[in-house]
Design a protein around this ligand. Structure first.
Ligand code: FAD
Length: 381
């Protein structure tokens, strides 16, 4: 069959590779001038620093098959994500852990003491939390909430935590030990030469043709047997019943010499600081050494029609519109919607790869049974 992958990110690359390996003819297009989608990295010509162009990406997973998959295409270097936060005139360790709690309250508590202390802070009058704010107050009380959750969340989502659902904060967001590794996953790392060469290697197969700077044109359908769409779901329909809401990011790039902030990610929790965080990209490749440094100040705002969609806003209104688009998509023939934009979900890289592997498998099974290929391998709702 002739497959057209719209999007050369992880979704398009992984599905395209599998279909090419199975003997199909695969074309991958992307409107951007590079592969790897939002994971794209490039070396800054001036400083030599590997820059995560669309924001920092740290690979972490418990899925051994996914870990083996990415390691077959590149070498991963050890990397642990350790984040700091500048808040109320001090620098703290994140995620909120025993060090943060002791520093914040000026104490020297052991784990059990800290647990009991935080339980005292928690607002137990909230029995059935409905909003993010109520959930946070019930878990950690007003002081930690104000310092580490409220301002950051307002900046990130552009609304009050009283308007966000409690489900965002599913678990107690503090640790009663000194573990400051952001992720719990068994496998964590960073590709030695960045993500883009890894995706190039996935796409490097004789059955795959890649065309960059090539936006999808509906006329392309006629030349293909099946389209795999990893662009925005509403974009496929030309946004004709409205746009699904996203948050976008503005990166204010600046350079420095030496070590500007001493860590890769510094969050800013105070509401009066307009940006959410500063990332210093050289620290994402700690095995390299560069005199110069490249940093991004990160601002979050509502996504306009010409902006890059980053985080889907899955509030009540968006879900209603999403349901309409899903119903229409299900009436389409010859197209499968995949990935973070095609299914309007926030997906980490490992989940994206897992879903792409499963989608390719679903295609192969359907072809074997001579049945139709699925419109969604993972339902967006
Ligand atoms: C700020 C940010 C930070 C993140 N950090 C992490 C992290 O630390 N760890 C982690 O595991 N995950 C992280 N992620 C998630 C990660 O970016 C995604 O899992 C991954 O990019 C999803 O790949 P994809 O192929 O589905 O989508 P994308 O990477 O978005 O690829 C889709 C591609 O389709 C192309 N396209 C769209 N429309 C068209 C069209 N009409 N014609 C042609 N091409 C088109 C786009 O140009 C794009 O290149 C982060 C995401 C964001 C937004």
């Amino acid at each position: 069959m002739k497959f057209l992958m719209v999007g050369a990110g992880l979704s398009g690359a992984v599905i395209g590779r599998r279909m090419a390996e199975a003997g199909h003819d695969v074309t991958v297009i992307d409107s951007r001038d590079h592969v790897a989608g939002n994971c794209h990295t490039e070396r800054d010509p001036e400083t030599g620093v590997m820059v995560h162009v669309y924001g920092p990406h740290i690979f972490h997973t418990d899925d051994e098959a996914v870990w083996n998959y990415v390691n077959a295409f590149t070498t991963f270097m050890p990397y642990k994500n350790r984040v700091k936060s500048t808040t109320q005139g001090q620098v703290f360790s994140l995620p909120v852990n025993l060090h943060t709690i002791n520093q914040f309250f000026g104490k020297t508590m052991r784990p059990d003491e800290a647990r009991a202390f935080i339980e005292e802070q928690a607002d137990t009058s909230i029995t059935d939390p409905q909003t993010f704010e109520e959930q946070a107050l019930r878990f950690v009380g007003p002081d930690l909430y104000e310092a580490f959750f409220k301002g950051y969340t307002e900046k990130q989502w552009g609304c009050s935590p009283t308007e966000l659902p409690a489900s965002i904060l599913k678990r107690l967001p503090v640790r009663f030990n000194y573990d400051d590794n952001y992720f719990f996953h068994r496998f964590q790392g960073m590709p030695e030469h960045g993500y883009t060469p890894m995706v190039e290697a996935i796409l490097d197969h004789p059955g795959i043709t890649v065309s960059l700077s090539t936006p999808f044109d509906p006329g392309m359908k006629a030349e293909q047997d099946h389209i795999v769409w990893s662009g925005p779901l509403d974009g496929y329909f030309d946004y004709d019943i409205g746009r699904l809401g996203y948050r976008t990011l503005d990166f204010e790039r600046f350079t420095a010499s030496g070590d500007w902030q001493g860590c890769a990610v510094m969050n800013y929790g105070d509401r009066d600081v307009p940006f959410t965080r500063i990332t210093e990209h050289k620290h994402f490749s700690p095995w390299e050494s560069h005199e110069g440094s490249v940093l991004y100040r990160e601002f979050s705002r509502a996504c306009g029609p010409d902006d890059i969609p980053y985080y889907p806003i899955r509030m009540v209104d968006e879900k209603a519109l999403l349901a309409d688009y899903v119903a229409r998509a299900e009436g389409e023939d010859g197209v499968t919607f995949v990935g973070r934009l095609g299914t309007y979900r926030y997906l980490d890289m490992d989940v994206t790869i897992r879903e792409a592997m499963d989608t390719a498998q679903a295609f192969l099974t359907a072809l074997e049974r001579q049945s139709a290929l699925p419109v969604f391998a993972k339902p967006p709702l």
